[in-house]
Design a protein around this ligand. Structure first.
Ligand code: SF4
Length: 438
């Protein structure tokens, strides 16, 4: 058992897999631990506690989570190994059998990690604490900073949609969020710490406020009303929740960036129906047209899943043609992998693994074509760019309001500052535009 007073100067190592939401949550867990005296382990030191925040979106994510646990155990053989996150919620027994694991915490328990550490018995077998997924109520807005300059603010968790290929509702529970005042308070912490750009994240962020009687549109307006030098990006939002009034508002907003990330998943109505998505492709095309008619310079990223059950070669071809016709800037291509307990497994028609990979390659090429065309359409324009801390000593990168990646010679005084930049030529190798004049 660890005594409370002994948390002081105890060393903790973190490893996070998966989405930005997980990173924001690891950051919130880290803050709780450092408030109680823990310090982050430095390279070469041995940790007293390791926290692995796992992901279960695909088989590969499960495997990487297991590998991370084993790797950390080798590096820190005497540490208490705590495993949490989506994989821990979904398959706690599987994780508890992995050599070296001491504590498995589910979605409802992860933020109470200190209570569990206080009570853990060193000579006891592995402890598993999870809550049934339909009983999970816990929600905390949390914020993390990435290795660039951006902050990620978790504004919502869980999902009530049950798309047939997806396990997220089983791992993260029902849709929930804090209220607007609490969410803005969390954002202000990041702004006071120097944030110039905050990305609003969640599992299904358009569902914000469902339980508090508020709406995502009201949240967007509240962010826009913050009278500070900061910009906000809306991360992935379901097309049916990206209302026309939100698009109209963003088009005239001061702080919300002209950048959208919308999951399409398939470009045919047949496959959308098999996936139980809540829109058809004409609806999606309307959203893209609406954005582009008001903000021709907006960046639009689109998620697509290839090789799901029921996606025949003809349907894939039709999907590609539809996607090719959309005025979008980038595709995020995911290859379908079977997930136990999902409804999609009831569909007989299956796509061989090699064919899934081929379809993924085709869409990656289409994505490259779209990105290049979008970037080239922006050459000669001037937009505000936030310069990031990442650099290789010679050059640094920044992102414009409309999410164009731009590069210039490194200048440390420019890090985390916003500057108006005239966009120069496209650099194929770096997938970026160059600053036109220095
Ligand atoms: S909207 Fe669908 S794909 Fe997205 S998390 Fe919810 S169930 Fe999964």
């Amino acid at each position: 058992m660890i005594d409370n007073s002994v948390f002081h100067n105890k060393k903790v190592a973190f490893h996070t897999l998966g989405c930005k939401l997980n990173f924001a949550e690891t950051s919130a867990i880290g803050k709780k631990m450092s408030d109680e005296g823990f310090v982050k382990v430095r390279a070469g030191e041995e940790a007293d506690v390791c926290v692995i925040n796992t992901c279960t979106v695909t088989d590969t994510a499960d495997r990487k989570s297991r590998q991370a646990i084993s790797k950390l155990k080798k590096l820190h053989p005497n540490a208490i190994m705590v495993v949490t996150g989506c994989y821990a919620q979904l398959k706690p027994d599987e994780i508890s059998k992995i050599e070296g694991v001491d504590l498995v915490l589910g979605a409802n328990e992860k933020f109470s990690i200190l209570d569990y550490l206080r009570n853990i018995e060193s000579d006891k077998p592995v402890e598993v604490h999870t809550t049934k997924i339909n009983k999970i109520k816990q929600f905390e807005p949390s914020v993390s900073r990435d290795d660039r300059t951006r902050y990620f603010l978790k504004v919502q968790d869980g999902c009530d949609y049950y798309c047939t290929y997806c396990t997220i509702p089983f791992a993260r529970g029902r849709s929930r969020s804090a209220n607007i005042a609490q969410t803005i308070e969390k954002a202000m912490e990041a702004i006071d710490a120097g944030a110039k750009e905050i990305v609003l994240t969640g599992v299904n962020i358009g569902d914000f406020g469902k339980l508090t009687g508020e709406s995502f549109f009201e949240l967007v307006k509240a962010f826009d009303a913050i009278d500070r030098d900061v910009r906000f990006r809306i991360s992935s939002i379901e097309p049916n929740l990206l209302t026309d009034e939100i698009i109209d508002y963003v088009a005239q907003s001061k702080h919300i960036m002209p950048h959208f990330h919308i999951p399409l998943q398939s470009g045919t109505n047949e496959v959308l129906a098999l996936m139980k998505r809540k829109y058809n492709r004409n609806f999606f095309a309307h959203k893209v047209q609406k954005i582009k008619s008001l903000m021709p310079h907006a960046f639009i990223g689109v998620d697509v899943i290839v090789g799901v059950r029921g996606e025949t070669a003809e349907l894939f071809e039709d999907s590609c043609q539809f996607i090719d016709g959309l005025d979008i800037s980038q595709l995020h291509v995911f290859t379908y992998s079977e997930r136990a307990g999902t409804k999609m497994l009831d569909i007989e028609q299956n796509t061989p693994i090699a064919e899934r990979k081929k379809r993924s390659d085709i869409l990656h090429l289409l994505s490259d074509k779209k990105t290049k065309a979008f970037y080239e359409s922006q050459i000669g324009k001037t937009y505000p760019v936030l310069w990031e801390s990442r650099h290789n000593g010679e050059s640094m990168v920044g992102f414009s309001n409309n999410y164009i990646k731009i590069e210039r010679p490194y200048d440390k005084n420019r890090v985390n500052t916003v500057e108006m930049v005239l966009f120069g030529e496209w650099n194929e190798e770096k997938s970026a535009l160059m600053v036109n004049k220095l």
